[in-house]
Design a protein around this ligand. Structure first.
Ligand SMILES: [Zn+2]
Length: 264
């Protein structure tokens, strides 16, 4: 078996692109599904509205609050069912956020006051509701950890992968033909080196096969054991932590399976 390798290709803000080599499509897909739906993230899931004279109904305001991504100390917070307080609620499993604004003006995510310094919206400029003169809003919200498979507000990331493209160029070609082939690639992934065609930027290639149509003997093969993984965090976790946590979740599943097997 080929040992598995991981190489970071691009890292920018909330986005991460990495190469996963020596894995099967089943493994890559397990990782992708866990990253999307089984990484605990913090989101508002209970709201007590004391006052709301804005144009939005209470439930619409509540829905908007739930969708605000929050930063949180991932290692120091427990899911409600697994906390020491046995579900009663304590600072390790819940965070209170308050909102108290008077119009006129836009109410933003940054106006939420959190009981935990490490918990705040990832972006302070997410609009919640616009208040006119004389309108006001006052509420208290509780945020808890949850999973994306239960509610979309807890989705940790957008994750996708593609097979790694590999170029096969057979037969001698003139410079003009090579140029025509490189220009046929809408992603500018091909280049000419010496008298040869090379796949200069495999990350850009989405296997559209335009190059195959532009020249004879050109083939883009998709390697089913090598993957370009693209990840974008849509939660308060950074993409690197999402990959690490996905691995922990997968390990936990294997551990549970092993435990069950020992009883057979
Ligand atoms: Zn607790």
């Amino acid at each position: 078996m080929i040992p598995m390798k991981v190489k970071i290709l691009q890292k920018k803000g909330e986005k991460l692109t990495f190469l996963l080599d020596g894995a099967s499509p089943a493994f890559a897909n397990a990782l992708r599904r866990i990253m999307i739906s089984e990484i605990p993230t913090l989101a508002i899931d209970e709201v007590s509205i004391m006052d709301n004279t804005s144009v939005l109904f209470d439930e619409v305001v509540t829905h908007r609050l739930g969708l605000i991504p929050l930063t949180f100390p991932a290692r120091r917070m427990n899911p409600p069912g697994e906390c020491r307080c046995k579900g009663k609620g304590c600072p390790l499993c819940r965070v209170n956020l308050k909102l108290d604004r008077k119009g006129p003006g836009m109410v933003y995510s940054g106006n939420l006051r959190s009981s935990n310094k490490a918990v705040k919206p990832t972006d302070s400029r997410i609009p919640i509701v616009e208040l006119l003169k004389g309108q006001d809003i006052k509420l208290e919200a509780t945020a808890r950890l949850g999973l994306g498979k239960t509610h979309i507000k807890n989705q940790a990331a957008n994750a996708a992968y593609q097979y790694y493209p590999e170029l096969e160029a057979n037969g001698a070609k003139g410079r003009d033909e090579l140029k025509k082939i490189t220009e046929a690639c809408p992603k500018k992934a091909l280049a000419i080196r010496g008298k040869k065609l090379i796949l200069k930027a495999p990350v850009n290639c989405d296997i559209c096969r335009s190059c195959e149509e532009a020249g004879k003997g050109i083939k883009i093969k998709a390697n089913p054991s090598k993957f370009i993984f693209r990840l974008e965090s849509v939660s308060g976790l950074n993409p690197r932590d999402i990959v690490i946590k996905a691995n922990e979740v997968l390990q936990g599943k294997a551990r549970d399976f092993k435990k069950e097997l020992s009883k057979v």
